[in-house]
Ligand binder design. Structure first.
Ligand code: OAD
Length: 260
């Protein structure tokens, strides 16, 4: 029989019926907090800056000051940003499900910000690392930031990376760069969550970057239903049972918390 419910209502029913849920987020999740995405025309970071010059191991080897300064600019922007209504809806939803015992919620994010955590949600699985966890580029030891934070101009300015306290090597941002593997623990936690969930909610990702984008596909193959929240078209459009066309901060409170 044809489903005549509006997509939001049908998606809400699917969520209520699901036992284990994974929420898979990308840069669009934080866009309304003022953190730029990567591929949106004009405003996306990769429309304004060169990924080759800033986000590869070769770039850091060639010009560590350029790369460190750019990531310090991004870290400063995130520190100045606040979680939006979408982050808060996810946090509230996860807490409610935990209190009711109605099923687990795992947040798997490609984002390197800390806005899920600052919204009070469950610690997210960070597939692409974190802006807040630098490590030594030589020995891998965890590092710390300089105590005084510079005020950054747009795009940052050249800044020498702090030195490692263990070996004196240059610290590098704790994010995954093009050409690098994903952190093993995060990958295996995400992969397990995908294999054992019955619903994946994808929010604000273009689903173009692999291997992360393969995870919701893995869940689909294991029998999960895919829902999507995104104002634009993505690689997941054809795979999602429901495509809710709108922004994270407007759709998620209605979808997860019934706030209209
Ligand atoms: P993209 O910039 O590729 O995609 C952002 C998506 O968010 C697009 O599909 C937009 O339509 C959508 N979007 C924009 N505003 C939104 C809003 N307010 N609410 C909901 N959705 C919105 O970002 P990602 O898919 O996250 O990798 O990119 C994946 C990876 O590519 C990133 O993790 C990063 C980048 O290179 C690394 O840093 C390793």
């Amino acid at each position: 029989m044809m489903d005549t419910r509006p997509p939001l209502a049908a998606a809400r029913d699917a969520i209520s019926a699901a036992r284990r849920i994974v929420i898979f987020t990308g840069a669009g999740m934080s866009a309304e907090s003022g953190v730029p995405t990567f591929r949106d025309a004009l405003t996306g970071l990769w429309a304004r800056f060169s990924a080759e010059a800033l986000a590869t191991p070769e770039a850091f080897a060639r010009d560590p000051e350029l790369v460190w300064g750019w990531y310090e600019w991004r870290r400063a922007r995130v520190r100045a940003a606040q979680p939006n209504a979408g982050h808060r809806a996810i946090a509230e939803f996860a807490a409610r499900r935990a209190a009711e015992g109605s099923g687990g919620v795992t947040v798997v994010t490609q984002n390197v910000d800390d806005l899920h955590e600052r919204a009070g949600g469950p610690a997210a699985v960070h597939l692409h690392g974190s802006l807040f966890a630098p490590r030594c580029g030589a020995c891998g030891a965890p590092g710390a930031f300089a105590t005084v934070e510079p005020v950054e101009p747009e795009g940052g300015r050249r800044l020498a990376p702090p030195r490692c306290e263990q070996c004196g090597g240059a610290l590098r941002p704790g994010v995954v760069w093009f050409g690098e593997g994903l952190p093993e623990a995060a990958w295996s936690a995400a992969s397990q969550a995908m294999d054992s969930c019955d619903l994946v909610l994808c929010v604000g990702t273009s689903a173009l970057v692999y291997p992360a984008a393969a995870l919701p596909e893995q869940a689909l193959r294991a029998g999960a239903m895919l829902l999507q929240v995104n104002p634009g078209h993505t690689a997941f459009d054809a795979l999602a049972r429901f495509n809710l066309k709108g922004s994270a901060a407007t759709v998620l409170p209605a979808l997860l918390c019934g706030n209209h």
